[in-house]
Write a protein that binds this ligand. Structure first.
Ligand code: ZN
Length: 351
C-alpha cells in the first residue's frame, strides 16, 4: 500500500542546544513513520526566541533528509511575560508562534500578543493549560491515585475560551494544539460556525486511549494534556470526522526512558509518536485511509502553506500489510504503543 508522505504539525526536536538525542534521531523517527516534513516546537534545549537560536536550529535542520519548518516562541524564554520580536522572525520565514509546553496565561499579555500578531500577519498556536506556570497537574480526574493532582477540563477550556474571544476581537489566525476535551471540540465548532480563522489538532494517543486503560503506576502515561474519559475520546474522533478538528499531530516528545520510569508524579511529560502514528491509527480501523490522508497530509499542508511556509513536494511512502506487534525502532522509545497489534509495517521497523 502507498500513501503520500505526511507532515507533522507538532514535533519536539530537542535540538539545538545540549540534549540527549541527535538531530538524526528525529529524522529517523520521521522517516520510519512516513513523515517527510515536520513543524518544530520552539521549546528546544536552546529556546527559539532569538534569531541567533533560530539560525543555529536551521543549521541542524538543513543537513537532514526531511524538511523541518520552524516556529518561534510567543514569549521570551517561554516565561509568559514578554513578547519576542515577531516581525524579525517573519522576515526569516517563520509565521507561527507558540509557547508549547506552556500557555500564555496572563490575559493582558495575551491581548497584546493577539493584537500584534494580527498586525504582523502571524499565527498563534496555543497549548492551553491555565496552571502551567504555577502548579501543573498530573492526571485527568478521576484517576488521582490519592497523591496525584487532577487536571480538570477547565485547565484547557478556560484558556481556549479566552483565546477564541480574542480571535473574535482581533481576527488573529489561531490554532489550538492537542485538544483533549469534549468541551473544547464544542468551542472550536462554535468558532468555526462564526467563521473565525481557527484550526485545531488532536494527538493519536488522545484518539486511541482513554483513562480506563491507563496505569497510574506507569510514568509512560504521563503527558499534557492528560488522557481523558471515553466520552472525550469519542468527541475528539467525532470532531475530526465532522471537520471541527483539522489535523492529527503527534506531539512527538523524546524523553529518556529513565525520566519516564519514575513514579507517575515525578515522570517527564510526553511520549514519542512520529513512528507509531500512522500504523496505530490505521490499525485501529476507526478511520478510513482517505480520512487519515486528510488529517496527516492534506490538512496540515494546507495550514502551513496558507500561512506562508514553503513546502517540499510530498513523496509516496510504501507500507506492507502484516499482523505483528509494533515496536519503536528509532531512539528514544518512550512510546505508549510498544507491543500493540499493527496491521501495517515499514521495512525492518516492526517485528
Ligand atoms: Zn503542548
Amino acid at each position: 500500500m502507498e500513501t503520500n508522505s505526511f507532515l507533522d504539525l507538532h514535533t519536539h526536536t530537542r535540538y539545538p542546544g545540549k540534549t540527549f538525542i541527535k538531530a538524526q534521531d528525529i529524522e529517523i523517527a520521521a522517516k520510519n513513520g512516513g513523515y517527510s516534513e515536520i513543524l518544530a516546537m520552539p521549546n528546544s534545549a536552546k529556546i527559539i526566541d532569538s534569531i541567533e537560536n533560530l539560525l543555529e536550529a536551521k543549521r541542524f535542520d538543513e543537513v537532514l533528509d526531511i524538511k523541518v519548518h520552524r516556529t518561534g516562541s510567543l514569549t521570551k524564554g517561554l516565561l509568559g511575560k514578554e513578547p519576542i520580536n515577531y516581525k524579525e522572525f517573519i522576515g526569516h520565514g517563520v509565521f507561527i508562534f507558540t509557547d508549547d509546553g506552556l500557555s500564555v496565561v496572563d490575559d493582558a499579555l495575551a491581548e497584546e500578543i493577539f493584537k500584534s500578531l494580527k498586525f504582523e500577519n502571524g499565527a498563534v498556536f496555543q497549548h492551553c493549560e491555565k496552571s502551567c506556570h504555577t502548579s501543573p497537574g498530573d492526571i485527568a480526574p478521576p484517576n488521582d491515585g490519592g497523591i496525584l493532582k487532577p487536571i480538570p477540563v477547565s485547565e484547557e477550556t478556560e484558556i481556549l475560551e479566552r483565546d477564541l474571544n480574542l480571535v473574535e476581537k482581533y481576527g488573529t489566525r489561531y490554532h489550538a494544539q492537542h485538544l483533549s476535551t469534549e468541551e473544547s471540540v464544542r468551542l472550536i465548532k462554535e468558532a468555526k460556525m462564526n467563521k473565525l480563522p481557527v484550526t485545531a489538532e488532536v494527538t493519536p494517543h488522545h484518539l486511541l486511549i482513554n483513562n480506563t486503560n491507563i496505569e497510574t503506576s506507569n510514568g509512560m502515561y504521563k503527558m499534557y494534556p492528560p488522557i481523558r474519559t471515553s466520552r472525550d475520546q469519542l468527541a475528539l474522533i467525532e470532531g475530526l470526522k465532522e471537520g471541527t478538528i483539522d489535523v492529527i499531530s503527534t506531539d512527538h516528545a523524546p524523553h529518556t526512558i529513565e525520566s519516564k520510569q519514575r513514579a507517575f508524579k515525578d515522570a517527564a511529560r510526553g511520549v514519542v509518536g512520529l513512528e507509531s502514528a500512522f500504523p496505530m491509527l490505521y490499525s485501529s480501523e476507526i478511520f478510513s485511509l482517505d480520512e487519515l490522508e486528510r488529517y496527516l497530509d492534506k490538512n496540515p499542508r494546507k495550514i502551513l502553506s496558507e500561512l506562508g511556509y514553503e513546502l517540499k513536494k510530498s513523496n509516496s511512502f510504501k507500507w506492507e500489510f502484516c499482523d505483528k506487534k509494533f515496536y519503536t525502532n528509532s531512539n528514544p522509545k518512550n512510546s505508549l504503543f510498544e507491543g500493540r497489534k499493527t496491521l501495517i509495517e515499514t521495512n525492518g521497523v516492526h517485528v
